[in-house]
Structures are given as structure tokens and as C-alpha cells.
Design a protein around this ligand. Structure first.
Ligand code: GAP
Length: 456
């Protein structure tokens, strides 16, 4: 898998530039020089991310009987992370270069380039004068209380609050095995080398499911969840052909994991992990039962057995999936008109993911009746979806601006809408499709149900 070369730095540069120019993603703290490894989502990026999270929640929690949601605190007690093993062992091996002063992860040195002194020291290569690797804990610590006497951590994964609340969820909801607890939320890691745009950052969001089951079902459910998650990616517009499944070999898995699949995507900077589906056995509940001194066993009413459930964990990165959606959607199309070359930039998001679902234009902004009808249509659609009104410039240029941000449909109110030329067309609008650029006429009354059937 690693042999397939999918890298395309030029494409990646174009994507990053479009994302800034059109307001998808900005560097955090840019005004003051930027905060490394942190990103802000602008208006369009925030909508895209929200669409992704809403769809994940709908498919994972709302449409399933066996998964419940939760929303845990970000600030995490030291004892929790002591028991989970994060305080002792959540680290990456780090090396420093004495020449360029660069700091690198020791486990993938060959992928780095020296940014500071490329002529002296071309990255973490044999020319670098590297220190011996040492362990670098990835957690971000903070302090509570008037004198800062109490230590807490920004959680490094959402999973731990799920394990710690597993018994409360079980007791308060009367659920039976197998069942899952799902959570979407921020996690924080002091990554040694945040890189590849929003792919590896220090503050990021995860979409995690901890699926509790009987021990004998763990392996089978891991395979089932892998398939469910692959279908999810297809549904949001990431084709199966661009996904790779890495069956993580024995030596590379966490010591407590009996099986781990990495779902990888062909990013323009290489084939990289989007999500891990791991069979974590009863490790997590075991360490928290021991650390807290509280029983976390499940009592099976039918068999009268008492045991620690095993856990299958599909854990996806929200920001990485947003990046995959953007990379997959980005397209440049040559439209040769009258012998002149004309490049159209289109973000081919699925309508369900697109930040803006429909744009509404009056053909002429000076025509008061066209503007009035546009505003009326806009008002009628806004409770259901994101609508954008635009009356500036030629209609062709307005279409192009929407193509570039991935709006799947544009509606133009024109003279036919007013019934001025062909009375039969009164009350209809031009509906233009982003991908085919084809146009059709639709009555204003049909617009809402037509769109609702396509954009959710
Ligand atoms: N609870 C399991 C867990 O956290 P992980 O493989 O460390 O496992 C799961 O993380 C997912 O979270 C990854 O597949 C990735 O999508 C995302 N992720 C992890 N570290 C990240 C980072 N520094 N920046 C962005 N996303 C990250």
C-alpha cells in the first residue's frame, strides 16, 4: 500500500490556498504570527464540519437502537489518565538535531525535511547530527484552584470519559450488551511535528464509539464495524477505491489490542490514516475498575454471569475526514469555449456535506420583483438549509463563485418567473446543477421538497 505514489504537492497547495481564500480554514492566531498546530474553521469550513458531525451522529446514534450518545468534559482528572496508562506511556520517541535545531519524531525520520537550514542540514537525514531518541509525553497539562494546586489534563482522546461513565450509562438507561456509547469532541496532543495542514494538529476533534460486547463477539464485531465505517465514508463521498485497509500487524498494535484496522485515505501528501477500528478487549474497563476500586462488571440476567465487557472502538478524526472531503471534492475542469481555455474550479461535495445547499440569484438586481421573489424563496428555505443570496455581477460569474465552494444547486429568478414572456412559465425558476452545469425549470412550490430530498 505504502508503495503507491499518490502525492501531488501542487494540488495540495491549490487546496490550501482555496480554503483560505474562500473562508474554509485559517491558521489559528494568524494575526499574531500563528499558533503552530492549531486551526480555525471559517464560515464555510464550520458548516462543512458541522454537516459531517451531524451525519455521523445521525448514522451512529439516531438511526441505531444499540448506541447512545454522550458529551464528556475535556478537562480530565489525573487519576483517570494514570489508570488508562496515558501518564506513563502516551509518548512518542523524539530526537533533536544539533545542527539545524529541528525536533523530529524518531519513528518516521525519513519523511521530514529541514525547514530551518535546508542547505546545511537536509532534514533528518544522515547529515543531521541527531541526539539519542527520548520519550516525549504528548499530553497537555493544566492546573486548577487558586494556587494551581490541582493538576488536570486536556483529554488526549474522548474515549476515557466513555469508559469512566460506562456504568452510569448502563444503569441509567437499562441497556443490554452489545451496546455502544458515542461521542464527538475535542482532543489535544502536544504533537512533536504537527504537519500536513489540518491532518496532524495539536487540537483536533474525534468521533469515537466504544462498543461494549461479550468477549466471544469481539473479533466478529470488529470486522462488522470496519464494514459499517467503510460504508459511512462512501455515503459522504469518499469512494472505497481511495480507501485502504491496514490490518495492523502484531508487533505494531497496542499491547492490549487483539486486532486493529487502520482505514487510510489517499491524501495528496500520501496514504494516511483516517480512522482506527480497534478491538481493545477488556483492558480499559479492567484498568479503571482496578484504579478506582469500583466494580465495573456487567451482570447478564439470562445467563446469570458477571463479567467485564470487551470493547470494539471505531475512532475517527473529524478534521482528517473534513480534509479528505475537501481533497476528494476539489476538481479543476477545462471548459474550452470558442477556442479559449477556461478552467472551472469545482468542489464536488455531496449535497449532504456541502456548506451551502442552494444559492438564489435575481437575473437583474435592479428588477425589484425578481429581488422580492428571491428574498421570499430565501426566507422559505432558510429554516431547512443554508441558502446564499447573490445579486452581484453576471450570472455566469455567480455560478462560478458557487462552484468553487461546492454549492450543488443555484436558482435564478428571471423574466420567465414573472410570466412576462411565456405565461406558462410564471412561478417557475431556473435550477442549475453544479456538476453537469445543466439547467431545468422548476416551480417555486416544488423547490423545497425537491431540495429536501437531495441535500440531507
Ligand atoms: N481512542 C483511540 C484513539 O484516540 P488514535 O489512533 O490515537 O486512537 C484516533 O486516534 C483518530 O483520531 C485517528 O485515526 C485520527 O483520525 C485522529 N487523530 C489522532 N491524532 C490526531 C492529530 N494529532 N490531529 C488530527 N487528528 C488526529
Amino acid at each position: 500500500m505504502a508503495n503507491k505514489d499518490v502525492t501531488d504537492p501542487v494540488r495540495m497547495e491549490k487546496i490550501v490556498s482555496l480554503c483560505k481564500r474562500r473562508g474554509f480554514i485559517f491558521q489559528a492566531g494568524e494575526l499574531y504570527g500563528g499558533l503552530n498546530g492549531c486551526w480555525d474553521y471559517g464560515p464555510l469550513g464550520a458548516e462543512l464540519k458541522r454537516n459531517l458531525k451531524d451525519y455521523w451522529w445521525r448514522k451512529t446514534v439516531q438511526e441505531r437502537d444499540d448506541v447512545l450518545g454522550m458529551d464528556g468534559a475535556i478537562l480530565t482528572m489525573e487519576q483517570v489518565l494514570q489508570s488508562s496508562g496515558h501518564i506513563g506511556g502516551f509518548s512518542d520517541p523524539m530526537v533533536d538535531c544539533k545542527t539545524c535545531k529541528g525536533r523530529f519524531r524518531a519513528d518516521n525520520l525519513d519523511t521530514y525535511e529541514c525547514k530551518e537550514k535546508p542547505s546545511v542540514c537536509p532534514g533528518a537525514s544522515p547529515k543531521c547530527e541527531l541526539t539519542e531518541p527520548r520519550e516525549f509525553n504528548l499530553m497537555l497539562q493544566t492546573n486548577f484552584g487558586a494556587t494551581g494546586e490541582q493538576v488536570a489534563y486536556l483529554r488526549p482522546e474522548t474515549a476515557q470519559s466513555i469508559f469512566c461513565q460506562y456504568k452510569n450509562v448502563l444503569d441509567s438507561n437499562r441497556v443490554k450488551l452489545p451496546f455502544g456509547i458515542a461521542q464527538i469532541g475535542k482532543s489535544f496532543r502536544n504533537e512533536i511535528n504537527p504537519r500536513n495542514y489540518i491532518f496532524r494538529s495539536r487540537e483536533f476533534e474525534q468521533m469515537e464509539i466504544e462498543y461494549f460486547c461479550r468477549p466471544e463477539d469481539g473479533m466478529r464485531l470488529t470486522d462488522e464495524w470496519l464494514e459499517t465505517r467503510l460504508c459511512f465514508y462512501e455515503e459522504i463521498g469518499i469512494p472505497r477505491a481511495k480507501l485502504h485497509i491496514l490490518d495492523v500487524p502484531d508487533g505494531d498494535r497496542a499491547f492490549y489490542s487483539k486486532k486493529t484496522y487502520d482505514i487510510e485515505y489517499e491524501f495528496p501528501f500520501g496514504i494516511q490514516e483516517l480512522e482506527g477500528v480497534a478491538y481493545r478487549t477488556d483492558y480499559d474497563l479492567g484498568v479503571h475498575a482496578k484504579g478506582s476500586g469500583r466494580p465495573l462488571e456487567y451482570f447478564d440476567e439470562e445467563t446469570k454471569e458477571r463479567f467485564l465487557p470487551h470493547v470494539v472502538e471505531p475512532s475517527a478524526g473529524c478534521d482528517r475526514t473534513v480534509l479528505a472531503l475537501i481533497c476528494e471534492a476539489f476538481d479543476e475542469e477545462e471548459l474550452g469555449t470558442d477556442g479559449k481555455s477556461d478552467m472551472r474550479t469545482v468542489m464536488r461535495f455531496m449535497p449532504s456535506m456541502a456548506p451551502i445547499k442552494v444559492a438564489i440569484f435575481p437575473l437583474l438586481k435592479k428588477n425589484e420583483e425578481q429581488v422580492r421573489i428571491c428574498r421570499e424563496i430565501q426566507k422559505s428555505l432558510q429554516p431547512w438549509m443554508n441558502v446564499f443570496y447573490d445579486d452581484s455581477g453576471a450570472v455566469g460569474r455567480r455560478y462560478r463563485r458557487q462552484d468553487e465552494i461546492g454549492t450543488p444547486f443555484c436558482v435564478t429568478v428571471d423574466f420567465e418567473t414573472l410570466g412576462e414572456e411565456i405565461p406558462d412559465l410564471k412561478g417557475t425558476v431556473t435550477l442549475r446543477h453544479r456538476d453537469s452545469m445543466e439547467q431545468e425549470r422548476l416551480s417555486i412550490d416544488e423547490l423545497l421538497p425537491w431540495l429536501l430530498a437531495r441535500v440531507r
